[in-house]
Design a protein around this ligand. Sequence first.
Ligand code: ZN
Length: 190
Amino acid sequence: MIMTLRTILNYPDPRLRTLAKPVTVFDDSLKTLIDDMFQTMYAAKGIGLAATQIDEHIQLIVMDLSEDGSQPRVFINPKVTPLVDELFGYEEGCLSVPEYYDKVARPKRVKIEAVDAAGQAFVEEAEGLLAVCIQHEIDHLNGKIFVDYLSKLKQDRARDKVRKVIKQREKDAEHKSMKPICQKRIKEHS
Ligand code: ZN
């Protein structure tokens, strides 16, 4: 199987605000996209990824809440309905807001209705991390990011953090790509 690592959009990229369309065709290109999304999510050490985050604007989420990457889950055209009024505060992070974490309060227990990768509809009740994660990812499909729930000050802080992280990553990549040239030069001189 050939899989491709996809580029994850970073906050505040305006493409993250795009509204995702429902999936209507369950074909091989959807399967490939799902494989790519898992590959991309695992490589970035994430637990959830919405198609929106890789600039594919369909209602598709991949998730794996296990420690060892053994429980891949797919949610297509997902809907959540809160089952309780009680909120649960959890320190959230996001692959599109790298290295920034903050607490968001969301309904503690929800009903999830979705379709799996084979096109089969399913319903389940969720709480804890699954409830947090599915609500966070569905927000992405609606163009919403977890920092939207935070104060303006914290949003600015998140933006600065992302800018710094991207700069550092570019520096690291540059460093990596320069190495072979340096080594070659050393060889030529010796
Ligand atoms: Zn996210």
